[in-house]
Write a protein that binds this ligand. Sequence first.
Ligand code: PMP
Length: 360
Amino acid sequence: PHGRVFNFSAGPAVLPLEVLEQAQADLLNWRGSGMSVMEMSHRGKEFQSIIDAAEADLRALLSIPDNYHVLFMQGGASTQFSAIPLNLAADGDAVDYIVTGSWSKKAAGEAKKYAKVNVAATGDNKSIPARDSWNLSADAKYVHYCDNETIQGVEFKGAPDVGGKVLIADMSSNFLSKPVDVSKYGLIYAGAQKNIGPAGVTIVIVRDDLIGNARPITPVMLDYKVQADDKSMYNTPPCWSIYIAGLVFAKMRADGGLAAALANNEKKAKILYDAIAGSNGFYNSPVDPAVRSLMNVPFTIPSNPDLEKEFIAQAAKQGMIQLKGHRSVGGMRASIYNSMPLEGVQQLAAFMQKFAAQHA
Ligand code: PMP
Protein backbone atom coordinates (compact mmCIF):
# COMPACT_ATOMS: atom_id res chain seq x y z
CA PRO A 1 0.00 0.00 0.00
CA HIS A 2 0.99 3.65 -0.46
CA GLY A 3 3.55 2.64 -3.10
CA ARG A 4 5.92 1.51 -0.37
CA VAL A 5 8.87 -0.72 -1.20
CA PHE A 6 10.34 -3.59 0.75
CA ASN A 7 13.27 -1.77 2.30
CA PHE A 8 16.20 -4.00 3.27
CA SER A 9 18.35 -1.09 4.43
CA ALA A 10 20.71 -1.67 7.35
CA GLY A 11 19.56 1.61 8.83
CA PRO A 12 17.77 3.92 8.97
CA ALA A 13 15.38 1.10 8.29
CA VAL A 14 11.76 0.11 7.83
CA LEU A 15 9.24 1.11 10.52
CA PRO A 16 5.79 -0.39 11.12
CA LEU A 17 3.15 1.06 8.80
CA GLU A 18 0.78 1.46 11.76
CA VAL A 19 3.32 3.61 13.57
CA LEU A 20 3.83 5.84 10.54
CA GLU A 21 0.05 6.17 10.15
CA GLN A 22 -0.33 7.05 13.82
CA ALA A 23 2.38 9.69 13.47
CA GLN A 24 0.60 11.02 10.40
CA ALA A 25 -2.70 11.21 12.26
CA ASP A 26 -1.00 12.99 15.18
CA LEU A 27 1.11 15.27 13.03
CA LEU A 28 -0.86 18.50 13.07
CA ASN A 29 -2.47 18.11 16.45
CA TRP A 30 -1.17 15.59 18.95
CA ARG A 31 -4.08 14.40 21.11
CA GLY A 32 -5.86 17.71 21.16
CA SER A 33 -2.80 19.69 22.21
CA GLY A 34 -3.14 21.84 19.10
CA MET A 35 0.44 21.17 18.02
CA SER A 36 2.71 18.49 16.67
CA VAL A 37 5.23 16.67 18.83
CA MET A 38 7.96 18.55 16.94
CA GLU A 39 6.60 21.85 18.19
CA MET A 40 5.89 21.22 21.84
CA SER A 41 8.10 22.22 24.76
CA HIS A 42 10.08 19.32 26.11
CA ARG A 43 9.26 20.67 29.57
CA GLY A 44 5.51 20.62 29.01
CA LYS A 45 3.13 18.02 30.39
CA GLU A 46 2.40 16.65 26.92
CA PHE A 47 5.95 15.70 26.11
CA GLN A 48 6.55 14.54 29.66
CA SER A 49 3.73 12.04 29.20
CA ILE A 50 5.30 10.85 25.92
CA ILE A 51 8.76 10.21 27.36
CA ASP A 52 7.32 8.65 30.53
CA ALA A 53 5.20 6.24 28.51
CA ALA A 54 8.15 5.38 26.24
CA GLU A 55 10.32 4.56 29.23
CA ALA A 56 7.57 2.56 30.96
CA ASP A 57 6.88 0.50 27.83
CA LEU A 58 10.58 -0.12 27.26
CA ARG A 59 11.00 -1.21 30.89
CA ALA A 60 8.06 -3.57 30.53
CA LEU A 61 9.30 -5.05 27.24
CA LEU A 62 12.78 -5.84 28.56
CA SER A 63 11.74 -6.39 32.21
CA ILE A 64 14.40 -3.85 33.14
CA PRO A 65 15.21 -4.17 36.85
CA ASP A 66 14.62 -1.11 39.06
CA ASN A 67 18.34 -0.63 39.70
CA TYR A 68 18.89 0.26 36.04
CA HIS A 69 18.48 3.69 34.49
CA VAL A 70 17.02 4.18 31.04
CA LEU A 71 18.65 7.14 29.30
CA PHE A 72 17.55 8.73 26.04
CA MET A 73 20.78 10.15 24.69
CA GLN A 74 22.01 11.77 21.47
CA GLY A 75 24.97 11.43 19.14
CA GLY A 76 24.19 7.91 17.96
CA ALA A 77 25.73 4.70 19.18
CA SER A 78 29.10 6.04 18.01
CA THR A 79 29.05 8.65 20.75
CA GLN A 80 28.71 5.85 23.30
CA PHE A 81 32.04 4.48 22.05
CA SER A 82 33.57 7.50 23.84
CA ALA A 83 31.03 7.93 26.65
CA ILE A 84 31.55 4.41 27.98
CA PRO A 85 35.27 4.70 28.83
CA LEU A 86 34.80 8.31 29.98
CA ASN A 87 32.16 7.22 32.51
CA LEU A 88 33.39 3.79 33.53
CA ALA A 89 37.18 3.93 33.48
CA ALA A 90 39.83 6.32 34.73
CA ASP A 91 42.77 7.36 32.54
CA GLY A 92 45.06 4.34 32.24
CA ASP A 93 42.50 1.79 33.49
CA ALA A 94 42.35 -1.50 31.61
CA VAL A 95 39.21 -2.24 29.59
CA ASP A 96 38.51 -5.39 27.56
CA TYR A 97 37.07 -5.47 24.04
CA ILE A 98 35.89 -8.47 22.06
CA VAL A 99 36.22 -7.75 18.34
CA THR A 100 33.86 -9.71 16.11
CA GLY A 101 33.42 -7.25 13.26
CA SER A 102 33.56 -3.64 12.12
CA TRP A 103 31.52 -2.04 14.91
CA SER A 104 33.24 -3.64 17.87
CA LYS A 105 36.55 -2.77 16.21
CA LYS A 106 35.49 0.87 15.96
CA ALA A 107 34.35 0.89 19.57
CA ALA A 108 37.73 -0.45 20.69
CA GLY A 109 39.55 2.08 18.51
CA GLU A 110 37.73 5.01 20.08
CA ALA A 111 38.22 3.69 23.62
CA LYS A 112 41.99 3.66 23.04
CA LYS A 113 41.93 7.45 23.34
CA TYR A 114 40.73 7.17 26.91
CA ALA A 115 41.80 3.88 28.43
CA LYS A 116 44.18 0.96 28.17
CA VAL A 117 42.33 -1.21 25.69
CA ASN A 118 42.97 -4.93 25.77
CA VAL A 119 41.50 -6.63 22.71
CA ALA A 120 40.75 -9.90 24.48
CA ALA A 121 39.67 -11.74 21.34
CA THR A 122 39.50 -11.00 17.63
CA GLY A 123 37.22 -12.93 15.33
CA ASP A 124 37.60 -13.62 11.61
CA ASN A 125 34.48 -11.59 10.71
CA LYS A 126 32.58 -14.84 10.14
CA SER A 127 32.46 -16.41 13.56
CA ILE A 128 32.88 -15.70 17.26
CA PRO A 129 36.11 -16.86 18.89
CA ALA A 130 35.51 -19.67 21.41
CA ARG A 131 34.96 -18.29 24.87
CA ASP A 132 37.89 -20.23 26.35
CA SER A 133 40.25 -18.45 23.93
CA TRP A 134 39.37 -14.99 25.28
CA ASN A 135 42.21 -13.33 27.08
CA LEU A 136 40.36 -11.15 29.58
CA SER A 137 42.48 -8.96 31.80
CA ALA A 138 42.18 -9.49 35.53
CA ASP A 139 41.64 -5.82 36.33
CA ALA A 140 39.46 -4.68 33.41
CA LYS A 141 36.78 -2.16 34.34
CA TYR A 142 34.42 -3.77 31.84
CA VAL A 143 34.16 -6.17 28.90
CA HIS A 144 32.65 -4.63 25.76
CA TYR A 145 31.23 -6.61 22.85
CA CYS A 146 28.83 -6.07 19.95
CA ASP A 147 25.81 -8.36 20.19
CA ASN A 148 25.10 -8.11 16.46
CA GLU A 149 27.67 -7.03 13.91
CA THR A 150 25.51 -5.23 11.36
CA ILE A 151 28.03 -5.41 8.53
CA GLN A 152 29.28 -8.98 8.94
CA GLY A 153 25.98 -10.51 10.14
CA VAL A 154 27.59 -12.16 13.18
CA GLU A 155 25.30 -12.35 16.23
CA PHE A 156 25.79 -13.63 19.75
CA LYS A 157 23.09 -16.12 20.77
CA GLY A 158 23.14 -15.08 24.42
CA ALA A 159 25.15 -12.96 26.82
CA PRO A 160 28.76 -14.19 26.99
CA ASP A 161 29.89 -15.37 30.42
CA VAL A 162 32.51 -12.95 31.72
CA GLY A 163 32.40 -14.09 35.31
CA GLY A 164 31.89 -11.19 37.66
CA LYS A 165 33.07 -8.59 35.13
CA VAL A 166 30.90 -5.67 34.06
CA LEU A 167 29.48 -6.67 30.67
CA ILE A 168 28.68 -3.98 28.09
CA ALA A 169 26.81 -4.67 24.86
CA ASP A 170 26.29 -2.66 21.72
CA MET A 171 22.82 -3.82 20.66
CA SER A 172 22.28 -1.15 18.03
CA SER A 173 21.22 -3.55 15.32
CA ASN A 174 19.36 -6.18 17.32
CA PHE A 175 17.78 -4.12 20.09
CA LEU A 176 14.35 -5.50 21.04
CA SER A 177 14.69 -8.31 18.51
CA LYS A 178 14.68 -11.00 21.23
CA PRO A 179 14.31 -11.37 24.99
CA VAL A 180 17.43 -10.24 26.86
CA ASP A 181 18.28 -10.76 30.53
CA VAL A 182 19.26 -7.18 31.37
CA SER A 183 20.55 -8.22 34.80
CA LYS A 184 23.53 -9.90 33.12
CA TYR A 185 24.72 -6.54 31.86
CA GLY A 186 26.28 -3.45 33.33
CA LEU A 187 25.25 -1.41 30.32
CA ILE A 188 23.38 -1.93 27.06
CA TYR A 189 23.23 0.71 24.36
CA ALA A 190 21.58 1.03 20.99
CA GLY A 191 21.04 3.65 18.33
CA ALA A 192 17.38 3.79 17.39
CA GLN A 193 17.45 3.76 13.63
CA LYS A 194 17.32 0.02 13.00
CA ASN A 195 14.67 -1.62 15.16
CA ILE A 196 12.94 1.12 17.08
CA GLY A 197 12.65 4.47 15.38
CA PRO A 198 14.28 7.42 13.65
CA ALA A 199 17.95 8.31 14.06
CA GLY A 200 18.56 10.88 16.77
CA VAL A 201 17.96 8.99 19.97
CA THR A 202 20.28 6.41 21.49
CA ILE A 203 19.04 4.20 24.30
CA VAL A 204 21.40 3.56 27.21
CA ILE A 205 20.37 1.10 29.92
CA VAL A 206 22.88 1.32 32.74
CA ARG A 207 23.12 -0.20 36.21
CA ASP A 208 22.87 2.30 39.01
CA ASP A 209 26.18 1.51 40.70
CA LEU A 210 28.13 2.21 37.50
CA ILE A 211 27.24 5.88 37.22
CA GLY A 212 28.59 8.86 39.11
CA ASN A 213 32.26 8.29 38.33
CA ALA A 214 32.62 10.19 35.06
CA ARG A 215 36.00 11.82 34.58
CA PRO A 216 36.06 15.55 35.19
CA ILE A 217 36.74 16.18 31.48
CA THR A 218 33.67 14.20 30.39
CA PRO A 219 31.39 16.42 28.31
CA VAL A 220 28.35 17.12 30.46
CA MET A 221 26.05 15.70 27.77
CA LEU A 222 27.84 12.36 28.01
CA ASP A 223 27.81 12.11 31.80
CA TYR A 224 25.42 9.27 32.67
CA LYS A 225 24.86 10.67 36.17
CA VAL A 226 23.79 14.04 34.79
CA GLN A 227 21.49 12.39 32.26
CA ALA A 228 20.02 10.10 34.92
CA ASP A 229 19.48 12.91 37.45
CA ASP A 230 17.89 15.11 34.79
CA LYS A 231 15.74 12.27 33.41
CA SER A 232 17.38 12.61 29.97
CA MET A 233 16.45 16.29 29.90
CA TYR A 234 19.64 18.10 30.77
CA ASN A 235 19.03 19.79 27.44
CA THR A 236 16.39 19.48 24.75
CA PRO A 237 16.06 15.77 24.00
CA PRO A 238 15.35 14.41 20.50
CA CYS A 239 11.61 14.68 21.13
CA TRP A 240 10.37 13.39 17.79
CA SER A 241 12.63 10.33 17.82
CA ILE A 242 11.56 9.50 21.37
CA TYR A 243 7.91 9.87 20.41
CA ILE A 244 8.22 7.48 17.44
CA ALA A 245 10.25 4.99 19.48
CA GLY A 246 7.50 5.15 22.09
CA LEU A 247 4.89 4.27 19.47
CA VAL A 248 7.04 1.30 18.42
CA PHE A 249 7.42 0.13 22.03
CA ALA A 250 3.68 0.32 22.64
CA LYS A 251 2.95 -1.61 19.47
CA MET A 252 5.49 -4.27 20.38
CA ARG A 253 3.87 -4.76 23.76
CA ALA A 254 0.47 -5.11 22.15
CA ASP A 255 1.92 -7.60 19.64
CA GLY A 256 3.23 -10.01 22.28
CA GLY A 257 6.52 -8.47 23.37
CA LEU A 258 9.99 -9.81 22.77
CA ALA A 259 9.12 -13.52 22.68
CA ALA A 260 6.80 -12.82 19.76
CA ALA A 261 9.43 -10.62 18.12
CA LEU A 262 12.01 -13.41 18.37
CA ALA A 263 9.62 -15.99 16.92
CA ASN A 264 8.93 -13.69 13.94
CA ASN A 265 12.58 -12.91 13.45
CA GLU A 266 13.58 -16.58 13.54
CA LYS A 267 10.92 -17.40 11.00
CA LYS A 268 11.99 -14.62 8.63
CA ALA A 269 15.71 -15.33 8.90
CA LYS A 270 15.16 -19.05 8.31
CA ILE A 271 13.45 -18.31 5.01
CA LEU A 272 16.53 -16.47 3.73
CA TYR A 273 19.15 -18.84 5.13
CA ASP A 274 17.14 -21.76 3.69
CA ALA A 275 17.05 -20.00 0.31
CA ILE A 276 20.85 -19.70 0.41
CA ALA A 277 21.34 -23.29 1.58
CA GLY A 278 18.92 -24.60 -1.05
CA SER A 279 20.61 -22.84 -3.97
CA ASN A 280 23.15 -25.59 -4.72
CA GLY A 281 25.96 -23.22 -3.97
CA PHE A 282 24.71 -20.40 -6.19
CA TYR A 283 24.47 -18.21 -3.09
CA ASN A 284 26.80 -18.38 -0.14
CA SER A 285 26.53 -17.16 3.43
CA PRO A 286 30.03 -16.59 4.75
CA VAL A 287 28.95 -16.76 8.40
CA ASP A 288 29.34 -19.70 10.80
CA PRO A 289 25.81 -21.18 11.03
CA ALA A 290 25.99 -21.10 14.84
CA VAL A 291 26.18 -17.30 14.94
CA ARG A 292 24.24 -16.18 11.87
CA SER A 293 22.39 -12.96 12.52
CA LEU A 294 18.60 -12.86 12.56
CA MET A 295 18.78 -9.19 11.56
CA ASN A 296 21.42 -8.82 8.85
CA VAL A 297 21.85 -11.57 6.28
CA PRO A 298 24.94 -11.10 4.08
CA PHE A 299 25.33 -13.36 1.05
CA THR A 300 27.36 -13.58 -2.14
CA ILE A 301 27.25 -15.22 -5.57
CA PRO A 302 30.64 -16.94 -5.36
CA SER A 303 30.74 -18.45 -8.87
CA ASN A 304 30.18 -15.07 -10.51
CA PRO A 305 30.49 -11.95 -8.34
CA ASP A 306 29.71 -9.81 -11.42
CA LEU A 307 26.13 -11.07 -11.15
CA GLU A 308 25.73 -9.43 -7.74
CA LYS A 309 25.25 -5.98 -9.29
CA GLU A 310 22.56 -7.35 -11.54
CA PHE A 311 20.89 -9.12 -8.63
CA ILE A 312 20.74 -5.86 -6.68
CA ALA A 313 19.47 -3.86 -9.67
CA GLN A 314 16.79 -6.38 -10.64
CA ALA A 315 15.58 -6.72 -7.07
CA ALA A 316 15.27 -2.95 -6.83
CA LYS A 317 13.16 -2.90 -10.00
CA GLN A 318 10.81 -5.30 -8.25
CA GLY A 319 10.50 -3.11 -5.18
CA MET A 320 13.13 -4.74 -2.97
CA ILE A 321 15.68 -2.07 -2.29
CA GLN A 322 18.96 -1.50 -0.42
CA LEU A 323 20.26 -5.04 -0.87
CA LYS A 324 23.85 -4.00 -1.53
CA GLY A 325 26.34 -5.24 1.04
CA HIS A 326 28.29 -2.72 3.06
CA ARG A 327 30.95 -1.00 0.94
CA SER A 328 33.67 -2.58 3.09
CA VAL A 329 32.61 -6.19 2.39
CA GLY A 330 30.68 -6.16 -0.90
CA GLY A 331 28.15 -8.81 -1.90
CA MET A 332 24.55 -8.51 -0.79
CA ARG A 333 23.01 -7.93 2.60
CA ALA A 334 19.36 -8.21 3.50
CA SER A 335 18.58 -6.39 6.73
CA ILE A 336 15.36 -7.82 8.09
CA TYR A 337 14.68 -5.96 11.31
CA ASN A 338 11.56 -6.43 13.45
CA SER A 339 9.42 -4.31 11.14
CA MET A 340 10.31 -6.03 7.88
CA PRO A 341 7.08 -7.79 6.94
CA LEU A 342 7.14 -11.55 6.41
CA GLU A 343 5.93 -10.94 2.84
CA GLY A 344 9.06 -8.92 2.12
CA VAL A 345 11.26 -11.83 3.07
CA GLN A 346 9.09 -14.32 1.17
CA GLN A 347 9.24 -12.14 -1.92
CA LEU A 348 13.02 -11.84 -1.67
CA ALA A 349 13.44 -15.62 -1.27
CA ALA A 350 11.25 -16.23 -4.33
CA PHE A 351 13.29 -13.70 -6.30
CA MET A 352 16.54 -15.36 -5.21
CA GLN A 353 15.30 -18.71 -6.45
CA LYS A 354 14.21 -17.29 -9.80
CA PHE A 355 17.43 -15.35 -10.27
CA ALA A 356 19.53 -18.43 -9.51
CA ALA A 357 17.54 -20.54 -11.97
CA GLN A 358 18.09 -17.92 -14.68
CA HIS A 359 21.83 -17.70 -14.11
CA ALA A 360 22.93 -21.11 -12.86
N1 PMP B 1 27.01 -0.13 16.37
C1 PMP B 1 26.37 -0.89 15.48
C2 PMP B 1 26.25 -2.35 15.75
C3 PMP B 1 25.82 -0.32 14.33
O1 PMP B 1 25.19 -1.07 13.44
C4 PMP B 1 25.95 1.07 14.13
C5 PMP B 1 25.33 1.77 12.94
N2 PMP B 1 25.26 1.08 11.78
C6 PMP B 1 26.65 1.82 15.07
C7 PMP B 1 27.15 1.20 16.19
C8 PMP B 1 26.83 3.29 14.91
O2 PMP B 1 25.61 3.87 15.12
P1 PMP B 1 25.33 5.42 14.92
O3 PMP B 1 25.27 5.65 13.45
O4 PMP B 1 24.01 5.61 15.62
O5 PMP B 1 26.44 6.18 15.58
